[in-house]
Design a protein around this ligand. Structure first.
Ligand code: 13P
Length: 250
């Protein structure tokens, strides 16, 4: 059985005032029956982790540097995330690929570095609208999966998030059949590469305009084990019903 995961990616949103939301969220889900993760901006990680001590909610980072230490002004290492209280990190988000020119090889190195630091890693994959319209979605996802995910990993510490770029922050969501097709494809590739048992153990998240109104139907799609939620993770009023929908999914 794969433990379901509701993950919130706050992106570059939130200051200290927003930590109150975490207390409310923790209060609403004291014994959630699934994993709940919030990835706030780096300066909030330590305070968020302290705020949530003893709660069922875990904190993660949104990125880490591929190297362990050194002259990299403005960057955050995986060990720093751990020290601040993070247990997860996101790698390969399409906004980092677009804003910072990150390539699959960078994502792979970051993932390895993060795993070595003891973090669990959510590796993000996703096609552009042009790639989907050209009929290349599965080729793109397959290539990203091969090149972004290191060899020798397991479903214990690596999670894969499918986030179509055109669905992020747009209110556009793929059809359930399109989500199912990509998730089934990722599952098959993971089994091919890592063996049937290990491949079956990776959690696969969907991300891109997940809202209270569409969460339940998305979570009912086979091989969807949770969500990576952007805008709707910023407030309890939206994120809490998404968590409830995940718990209701069989
Ligand atoms: P939205 O939920 O705001 O579309 O963002 C999705 C996302 O990019 C999560 O990482």
């Amino acid at each position: 059985m794969r433990r379901k995961l509701a993950a919130g990616n706050w992106k570059m949103n939130g200051t200290g005032d927003d930590l109150a939301m975490l207390k409310d969220l923790a209060g609403a889900h004291s014994d959630p029956g699934c994993e709940i993760l919030i990835c706030p901006p780096a300066p909030l990680i330590h305070r968020a982790a302290t705020t949530l001590q003893g709660s069922a909610i875990t904190i993660g980072g949104q990125d880490c540097h591929p190297r362990t230490t050194g002259a990299h002004t403005g960057d955050t290492s995986a060990a720093m995330l751990v020290d601040a209280g993070a247990r997860y990190v996101i790698t390969g988000h399409s906004e980092r690929r677009a804003d910072h020119g990150e390539q699959d090889a960078d994502v792979r190195t970051k993932t390895t570095t993060a795993l070595e630091a003891g973090l669990q890693v959510i590796v993000c994959l996703g096609e552009s609208l042009a790639q989907r319209e050209a009929g290349n979605t599965l080729d793109v996802i397959g290539a990203q999966l091969s090149a972004s995910v290191p060899d020798g990993v397991t479903g214990k510490t690596v999670v894969i998030a499918y986030e179509p770029i055109w669905a992020i922050g747009t209110g556009k969501v793929p059809t359930l059949a399109q989500i199912g097709e990509v998730h089934d494809f990722i599952r098959a590739r993971l089994k091919d590469r890592f063996g049937a048992q290990n491949g079956q153990s990776f959690r696969l998240l969907y991300g891109g305009s997940v809202k209270p109104g569409n969460a339940a139907e998305i979570f009912a799609v086979p091989n969807v084990d949770g969500a990576l939620v952007g805008g709707a993770s910023l407030g309890v009023a939206d994120f809490s019903p998404i968590i409830a929908a995940l718990l209701g999914a069989s």
